[in-house]
Structures are given as C-alpha cells and as structure tokens.
Design a protein around this ligand. Structure first.
Ligand code: C2E
Ligand code: CA
Ligand code: CA
Ligand code: CA
Length: 276
C-alpha cells in the first residue's frame, strides 16, 4: 500500500522477518554444531585485585561456522536457550572445561556459566557429578555462574538444585549482579561465594558516575558482611583496575589481564605466571 501507515509498516517488518529468519537458520546450524566440532571454549583469566595473581579462568563458549565464521555468544546463546539446545551444549561445556582445568595447578579454579534452562533439566546434577568424576577435578575447584534470572521463574526449584550443587562442594557465583530485576531475598536462601559486578558498573565508575560508584561500594560492603567475595568484570584500562582495587573488589577479570584465549594459551599463562 502507498499510504503513510503502509510505508511505516514496510520500514520495520522486513527487519523483524529477517531476525526471525536468522534465528531459525542459527537454530538449524546449531543443532549440528556440536557433532561437527564447531564449538570450542575460550578461557579468560581471573586475577586477585591485590597482587594480580591468576587464580582462575572463566570458560566462554565460542562458535565458528565453516562458512559464516565466528558467531558471537550474544547471537547464538539466546537461540540455544529457546530451542532447548543449551542443555546438551551446556553439558559439553562442563565436561570440556573440567577436563581442561584438571591439567592446571590445584589453586587455579574454573568458572562455568549455567543457563536457567539447564537448572530445569532433571539430569543437571547428575551431569555435573559425571563431569567431575570423568575429569578427576576436585569439586572445590569448580565454580558455576548463574544470573539473578534463575530465581525469577520457578525460584524454589532453582534453590533446591543449587543446594544440591553446594552439597557437592562446588562454588556458586552470582553473575551480572545488579542488571536483573530480582529481589535480594534469594541471597539468604543460596550460599554464593562470589558476586560478579557487571562491566557496566565498572565502566560507569571509571567515567565518574556517582550511581555506579555508590552501587559498587554497596555491593562490596554487602558481600563483605555476608562472607562473599566480589569479582569486577570488564576492566580494560589501568585506571579502571586502580579504581576497582580502591573500591575493595577481591578479584578482577578484563581485557587488561587477558582476553578469552585458547586452552593452550591459558596453560602457557599459568606456566609463565608460576615461574615469576
Ligand atoms: P558473561 O558471563 O558476563 O561473560 C563475560 C563477557 O564479558 C564475555 O563475553 C567476555 O568476553 C566479556 N569480557 C570480559 N572482559 C571484558 C572486557 O574487558 N571488555 C569487554 N568489552 N568485554 C569483556 P562473551 O564471551 O561474548 O560472552 C557473552 C555472554 O554469553 C556471557 O556473559 C554469558 O552470559 C554467555 N556465555 C558465554 N559462554 C557461555 C556458556 O558456556 N554457557 C552459557 N549458558 N552462557 C555463556
Ligand atoms: Ca559469566
Ligand atoms: Ca558477567
Ligand atoms: Ca553478561
């Protein structure tokens, strides 16, 4: 149609259509990505804020499609979650990350991201136990990262599953803290070791945002009094790092200390750091 409304219609509908199309295509490709070996893990170092010693790595999923090249997590993880592919993919991530971490010195931990969808899988706890058994990794060296959103839907079930995980001696980290819409009540119900302060607050604080500064201070104070540590995410510059240190965050993760890297490079980083 040639009227104004029709024109406006034409402006956005093809885009919506393309997005739905793209998601459907990604879903089809993703279904075979695991078997075809297109997925791999990158490992990003986590360092102590006081002396920058490497104390762990976060495993981050990477997908390289043979024709399309690298497809970033923000594009394919939501698709994997919706299509319920995140459960088999997440199991692979856990097994692979635990196998890799079993090669590292005993004081270096591995953090693995877990989607809310995975906690709804009745086999989740069993698959974690089997990843540990198969790799020989001590449970205390594994940290699972969950976001506040796990408490939104079916909150009580999530708490029960996380309790079982804690019972195995595995650590829990609360990821992307402050970016969700959940209440703080769950902090009394689940024992987190670490709160991860989202990059948006770190960058805000470095740009002198009074709100970001106040929020980081409050999170650090709360974590301290609840016996938890804090990890500041996304430190890219020396200034951001110094600020994080002054604010009292326990650990730091960010490009300043290392980008997500292949397993071989992570091993080399550990070896060089321990020779110092
Ligand atoms: P996240 O768990 O918050 O992971 C941290 C993200 O911040 C990673 O993005 C990392 O590369 C990025 N990052 C770290 N330091 C810096 C920095 O200094 N500057 C900037 N600009 N970015 C930094 P990535 O790898 O693209 O992952 C994005 C998200 O995808 C993750 O956010 C996580 O929510 C999800 N994800 C990644 N791997 C997995 C996985 O195996 N399972 C699940 N369920 N989700 C995953
Ligand atoms: Ca994470
Ligand atoms: Ca995060
Ligand atoms: Ca995030």
């Amino acid at each position: 149609s040639k009227d104004a409304g029709g024109g406006a219609h034409h402006c956005y509908e093809p885009q919506l259509h393309a997005d739905a199309e793209e998601r459907r295509t990604l879903e089809i490709w993703l279904r075979t990505a695991l078997e075809k070996g297109e997925l791999h893990l990158a490992y990003q170092p986590v360092v102590m804020a006081n002396d920058t010693r490497v104390v762990g790595f976060e495993a981050l999923l990477r997908w390289t499609h043979p024709e399309k090249g690298v497809i970033p997590p923000y594009k394919f993880i939501p698709v994997a979650e919706e299509a319920r592919l995140i459960t088999p993919i997440g199991e692979w991530v856990l097994r692979t990350a635990c196998m890799e971490a079993a090669n590292w010195p005993a004081d270096v931990r591995i953090a693995v991201n877990v989607s809310p969808e995975q906690l709804n899988d009745p086999n989740f706890v069993t698959s974690v136990v089997s990843a540990l058994a198969h790799s020989g990794l001590s449970p205390s060296r594994l940290e699972l990262e969950v976001t506040e959103s796990v408490f939104l839907r079916e909150g009580t079930r999530a708490i029960a599953v996380l309790d079982q995980i804690l019972g195995l001696g595995i650590k829990l980290a609360l990821d992307d803290f402050g970016t969700g819409y959940s209440s703080l009540g769950y902090l009394r119900k689940t024992q987190f070791s670490t709160i991860k302060v989202d990059r948006s607050f770190v960058q805000g604080a470095a740009k002198k945002s009074a709100e970001s500064l106040a929020i980081i201070r409050a999170v650090v104070a709360m974590a301290d009094s609840l016996g938890m540590t804090t990890t500041a995410e996304g430190a890219e510059t020396e200034d951001e790092f110094q600020l994080i240190r002054e604010l009292g965050c326990t650990k730091v993760q960010g490009y300043l200390f290392g980008r997500p890297m292949p397993a071989e490079d992570a091993r080399e980083l550990i070896a060089t750091a321990s020779r110092r």
